[in-house]
Design a protein around this ligand. Structure first.
Ligand SMILES: NC(=O)c1ccc[n+]([C@@H]2O[C@H](COP(=O)([O-])OP(=O)(O)OC[C@H]3O[C@@H](n4cnc5c(N)ncnc54)[C@H](OP(=O)(O)O)[C@@H]3O)[C@@H](O)[C@H]2O)c1
Length: 327
């Protein structure tokens, strides 16, 4: 098969479409003929040499894919050759074929094409596991997501609205904020021009956010605590603003607040399967009913992955950038 390889870490040009051995399907796994994958920020870190794949997983980038089942490994039930699926991966989505633990497969939801389904698994599993399974966002609560027009943000807005939360977003341009509003966001904050703590306070009668989904890490740590409501939950999933911050514990105590940080890729197969099962139960009906949809900026042929990485690094996209396997 062909896959995007990274012979040497570096810029986008480090991504090379090359012939590689086919994956071997192990016990409990399914082989998927990949139709499409989608770019995640983690792929850029992997390309740069800062985020190695977990031991025993595919060396190629790609944390999600869609496609058709090509082979069912020993010990797998419930899936058959030809099924249209999408999958949460630990890597290997930028390839014509990938072997996936069966617990990480999802059917392509009704009303979504097999190609576009590639934009769903990573963002849906990340948002559902953090905002709902960990932070327990409830109807009527206020939810703040930073980077509202990102892949993660566009999904977080839709899911939070679907459960009846009030949604605040930060983004860097007026156009991006407008797209967030179209997806349902109620409170729009331009992080380049406005102070999100003050804006949120004003929009919530001084109360703040019950749950914050944060991509910035160190840079926003103390301001996120300031923006929390009493009993608020801050969930950190990204480090775009650095890894080391100083926390004002007094401010957190006063809020009776909680801070959690997680990464999905490193979680054991059983935990990923539990998240995927929860997504199938709670989110897939919302997608099939049209309440939640993948937001796709554009589709690019997989061999041109370098172009897709440039777009995501420039942050000129809204939602997800798809990479489609050549036929
Ligand atoms: N821990 C996990 O398991 C996990 C899983 C998936 C993703 N993530 C993380 O989630 C984040 C989003 O991922 P993605 O793939 O959806 O990324 P993406 O589409 O590339 O989006 C990155 C976002 O960061 C925003 N941003 C940059 N500077 C900002 C600032 N100062 N304040 C607020 N927002 C700012 C950008 O907003 P503008 O374009 O408006 O500037 C953009 O929306 C990344 O940090 C990624 O690493 C974590």
């Amino acid at each position: 098969m062909y896959a995007i390889t990274i012979p040497e870490p570096g810029g986008p040009e480090a991504l090379v479409w090359d012939e590689v051995p086919d994956p071997v399907v192990g016990e409990g796994e399914v082989l998927v003929d990949v139709v499409a994958t989608a770019v995640n920020r983690a792929d850029i870190l992997q390309r740069q040499g800062f985020y190695d794949p977990p031991p025993g997983t595919s060396p190629y980038p790609g944390l999600e894919c869609s496609g058709r089942v090509a082979q069912v490994g020993p010990g797998v039930s419930g899936w058959a050759v030809g099924d249209e699926v999408c999958a949460l991966l630990s890597g290997g989505g930028y390839a014509e074929k990938v072997a996936v633990p069966a617990g990480q497969l999802l059917p392509v939801p009704e009303g979504v094409s097999v190609e576009r389904a590639a934009a769903l698994p990573e963002v849906v599993c990340t948002v559902w596991s953090n905002v709902f399974m960990i932070a327990h966002l409830r109807p009527g609560e206020t939810f703040l997501v930073h980077g509202g027009s990102s892949g993660i943000g566009t999904m977080a807005i839709q899911l939070a609205k679907a459960v009846g939360a009030k949604v605040a977003v930060t983004a860097g341009t007026k156009e991006k904020l407008e797209r967030c509003a179209e997806l349902g966001a109620d409170i729009l904050i331009n992080y380049r021009e406005q102070d999100f703590v003050a804006e949120l306070r004003e929009a919530t009668d001084g109360k703040g956010a019950d749950v914050i989904l944060d991509n910035m890490g160190a840079k926003y740590l103390n301001r996120n605590v300031q923006a929390l409501a009493v009993n608020g939950r801050l969930v950190i999933i990204g480090m775009q603003g650095g890894v080391k911050g100083e926390l004002n514990i007094g401010a957190l105590l006063a809020k009776r607040g909680a801070i959690t940080a997680t990464t999905l890729r490193a979680r054991p197969v059983e935990e990923k399967a539990a998240i995927v099962a929860a997504v199938r139960e709670h989110v897939w009906p919302l997608v099939s009913a049209g309440h939640v949809r993948p937001v796709i900026d554009r589709e690019i042929p997989m061999p041109d992955a370098a172009e897709a990485h440039r777009i995501v690094e420039d942050s000129s996209h809204i939602g997800k950038v798809l990479l489609v396997t050549p036929r």
